[in-house]
Unconditional design. Structure first.
Length: 133
């Protein structure tokens, strides 16, 4: 699969990965995360989101699946949910680990979080707040 991808045949590699996963008794989070990333790259956001969520269901700490999920959600306009996923990768000890293991992805995640902050509305004062005066 990955050799085919490296040879510049991404659609064929994705198809091979789907076939391989069909032969497994249970879904493998690593393969699901890879399929999610390939699907995002190919613009198949529905499959990217589905596969990333499935990978996280099998391994909640799968950082590359969470990254792909965050970018895919942002691409479909689910900005708040995307922020939740990406912020989880950029803060605290998890953020430190993500930056060490995936420095390029961490930089992209940080940039996307900054961009999304402009998209996600911040709560303003409510009517109840203005009545408190």
């Amino acid at each position: 699969v990955y050799e085919t991808e490296a040879k510049g045949r991404p659609a064929e590699a994705r198809s091979l990965l789907v076939d391989l996963m069909g032969q497994l008794a249970s879904p493998d989070p690593e393969l699901l995360a890879d399929l999610a990333a390939m699907s995002l790259r190919d613009g198949d956001l529905v499959q990217a989101i589905h596969c990333a969520r499935a990978a996280l269901g099998g391994c909640a700490d799968h950082d590359s699946a969470r990254f792909t999920l965050g970018l895919s959600l942002a691409a479909i306009g689910s900005y708040q949910e995307a922020m939740v996923q990406l912020v989880a990768l950029t803060e605290s000890a998890r953020g430190d680990r993500f930056r060490q293991v995936y420095p390029e992805l961490a930089a992209m995640a940080t940039s996307e979080v900054e961009r999304l902050r402009d998209q996600v509305p911040t709560p303003g004062p409510t009517l109840q707040d203005s009545r408190a005066d």
